[in-house]
Design a binder for this molecule. Structure first.
Ligand code: ATP
Length: 420
């Protein structure tokens, strides 16, 4: 009996001792997927593993048997994109060495409950290392953050709504130079100056108790560069874009309100084809389902609660005549700009930018580009006099497919009658 008692005491002593030892010797850090550091950390891990594999092929930086795959869409500089597979540490226990210290990483997924609205399961990563190496945690997280920031530098981030949250959509994209979008003279400058002036007047708004927000409407025919311009402008100001689709399934007034009042800092909210969601206060449902956003709910969300938070909304439409006057009144839309089909000058500028300056691989001389550009300008002018127009998108497509001479020769085929 005394042996039995002795063994029990010994076992308990061992358990207590090992717990005390762990407490004294180990330190843990928990990061959950609600925090931005979560993504940064997983990407950092994947990056380290890739770098180690490149250095010593066949070796494994991450001691692990459970990997998950994350597919990311990468945009190439020529505009095309491809899907890349990133192997990240899956749920389970993994070991890795950071600056000479062994670390255990435990990734856990809560399968019974999911995040309200977004439906994404809760996840946590717990890092454990020896107490004496605790100072490595902040270093590691800072490295992961810097890596994420470096990846985004000079790039445009597009976000979409995921439930009530804004999540990045695809990989950060290369910024498009503002002058690559060719508008009629003064149009682009007018919008750009307005946005810049607004951004400098935060105090002015605060002093007068006016909500610090501004709404823009770009209207005009399809393919005139409205979306491209908004993206290029965001890029030039180092802003991100949050794309809101009002017809999205499951979007309701309360979610919309939440999304609009919680857009990330330094971002434009972009609502495209705003006429399609509310056609004179009647919701359309072209593809068979209806979002439950009501027109009045949308107006309320635009007005929001008065707050000091900056908010810039861009809306686009091909049919301004279909919009309810309540939507485009000042305060909701402060600057409304018409972006039209190609004017003779726009066509010429797009042409010379495209074929000139050595960017396009052609053996055509600059003089020839100028001559053909002038010819194209004249051609567009004469077509316009007969009520026929061409979109800038159609011209861009023509230039991509043809040589400069061929483009000017076949251009007439693209014009459509707009008199009706
Ligand atoms: N003014 C322009 N200058 C340069 N490129 C243009 C211009 N307009 C259109 N494009 C090109 O045409 C394509 C479509 O343009 P974009 O989507 O910006 O047009 P949009 O006016 O927003 O069309 P929609 O009304 O159908 O949404 C893009 O690839 C863009 O590069």
């Amino acid at each position: 009996m005394s042996v039995g008692v002795g063994l029990t005491v010994l076992r308990q002593g061992l358990v207590l001792g090992s717990t005390a030892l762990r407490r004294r010797m180990l330190v843990s850090l928990e990061v959950n997927n609600k925090d931005r550091a979560y993504e940064w950390f997983l990407t950092w891990m994947a990056n380290q593993a890739n770098a180690a594999a490149r250095k010593r092929p066949g070796s494994s930086w991450l001691r692990s048997h459970e990997l998950s795959v994350e597919t990311v869409v990468e945009q190439r500089s020529n505009g095309s994109s491809s899907a890349l597979f990133k192997l990240v540490a899956g749920p389970g226990i993994h070991w890795f060495k950071y600056r000479g210290a062994w670390m255990q990483m435990k990734r856990e997924r809560e399968t019974r409950s999911t995040q309200l609205m977004s439906g994404v399961p809760w996840e946590t990563v717990t890092l454990t290392t020896l107490s004496r190496d605790r100072t490595l945690f902040p270093q590691l997280l800072a490295e992961a953050r810097d890596l994420a920031m470096r990846d985004q530098e000079g790039k445009l981030i597009i976000r979409t709504a995921w439930g009530i949250e804004w999540k990045p959509f695809g990989q950060p994209r290369r910024k498009r130079p503002l002058n690559s979008v060719v508008f009629a003279e003064g149009v682009g400058e007018k919008i750009e100056e307005d946005v810049k002036a607004f951004l400098q007047r935060r105090q002015w708004y605060a002093d007068r108790g006016i909500p610090y927000r501004r709404g823009y409407l770009l209207h005009g025919p399809p393919g005139s560069g409205k979306t491209s311009f908004i993206q290029a402008l965001a890029g030039s100001l180092s802003y991100d874009i949050c794309v809101l689709n009002l017809s999205e399934r499951g979007l309701a007034d309360d979610k919309l309100n939440h999304l609009l009042s919680n857009a990330p800092e330094r971002s434009f909210v972009l609502i495209e084809d705003v006429d399609a969601a509310f056609n004179k206060r009647v919701q359309t449902s072209e593809d068979g389902y209806q979002s439950s956003v009501t027109f009045s709910g949308f107006l309320n969300a635009l007005d929001g609660v008065a707050s000091g938070e900056e908010r810039i909304i861009f809306m686009t439409t091909n049919h301004i005549e279909k919009l309810d006057p309540a939507l485009i009144r000042p305060g909701r839309v402060d600057l409304s700009v018409m972006v039209d089909d190609a004017s003779p000058d726009q066509a010429r500028t797009l042409f010379t930018r495209f074929y000139g300056g050595g960017e396009h691989i052609t053996d055509i001389t600059e003089g020839e580009v100028t001559r053909l550009g002038a010819e194209l300008k004249e051609l567009v002018g004469s077509e316009m006099k007969q009520g026929r127009r061409v979109s800038m998108a159609a011209l861009q497509g023509l230039f991509i497919r043809n040589s400069a001479t061929e483009a000017v020769k076949t251009c007439r085929e693209l014009f459509v009658d707009k008199r009706t």
